[in-house]
Design a protein around this ligand. Sequence first.
Ligand code: NZQ
Ligand code: ZN
Length: 381
Amino acid sequence: MKFSFLNPTKIEFGQGQIATIKTNIPKDSKVLVIYGGGSIKKNGVYDQVVTALAGHDWQEFSGVEPNPTAETLDKAVAIVKDQGINFILAVGGGSVIDGAKYVAAAAKYNGDGWDILTGKHQVNDAVAIGAILTIPATGSESNGASVVTKAATQDKLAFISPLVFPKFAVMDPDVMKTLPQRQLANGVVDAFVHTCEQYLTFPANAMVQDAYAESLLKILTTLASNFDKQDDSWRENLMWAANQALNGLIGAGVAQDWATHMIGHELTALYGVDHARSLAIVQPSLLRNQMSYKKAKLEQMGRNVFGLSDGEDLAERTVQAIEAFYHSLDVATQLTEHGSDKNAAVEAVLNQLKKHGMVKIGENQSITLEQSKAILEAAVA
Ligand code: NZQ
Ligand code: ZN
């Protein structure tokens, strides 16, 4: 397919690169540093930021939650507007960076920032953003996407705008040393599913995108089988792989799916399931449900990523290999964290999908509410 590709985010990769924010943020900026629940105060990242910003005019906003809420972020929007902030530095994971993107866009809009998520307002301006990534997973550090939750109504929605790409992203793999195993595993799974969402559709003879996606998938399975966050190259490779999985490159010019994400987001909004874990619950059952459309790519993935032998059941064996990969990371592939009444959980997710217009999703729009129901029911343990 035709495509335009531009990724304008400058990457500052490697040990000690946090110091580069000093020169990457214009000297005369009025900066708001946005971060989460305080992990950056325990691992030295905050101190490095303070040192690097010594010559800058800056203030801070903390308390952005995992799965950031508009309710919290709107407080930062008010600060940006009142104080004339013209540069936002996000220091954290996908939640903080996504939150910063919302703040950057909402601060240039006179209405309710939530209008950006519902589509009532199209982003036409945004405050400049820089990012210091502390958890490799989402790719948010160099893409134009943001996912925000309205806690009051349990709506978790996304917006995409070229105006919210960070100007730069600092990726220092040392910051990962304090990540709990659960978050590291989440990062591997999220990056894996991002790659799948852009690869597991139908054959398009896009040799570059396919081969790059397969390399990323192989790298992620290799890192998962050799888990060692104390190893420098392990951390470096994971951080770069997760970034490349969602910086736009492998999805350029090919069909994309994203249905696993759309259904997973509802599980997170309703039950607080970690983002990556919501994906691992939905994806295997979705792949089986959509097998007739995805068979050829599943077979290709089985051969080229998992080294499986040919055969009639190759696509199914590939799904099993994906499940085994998640299980090896202690990530469940069935609904387990969603209250005692699983049928009620399925109904609740379907109601939210309907409310959000997610009634024909996937690369063929073949995942109707009926199919989503079948997918979720098959994921009930
Ligand atoms: O808040 P703090 O104290 O920083 O703790 C965080 C948080 O509790 C902690 N953490 C982060 N870096 C750490 C650390 N703990 C110790 N050491 C460190 N170095 O990890 C927890 C999870 O952080 P979070 O930012 O929520 O994780 P993640 O990066 O997985 O982001 C998930 C969010 O991104 C969205 C998801 O929906 C979810 O809201 N996504 C964004 C995408 C995008 N913009 O392109 C695409 C994704 O598919 C995804 O939807
Ligand atoms: Zn994701």
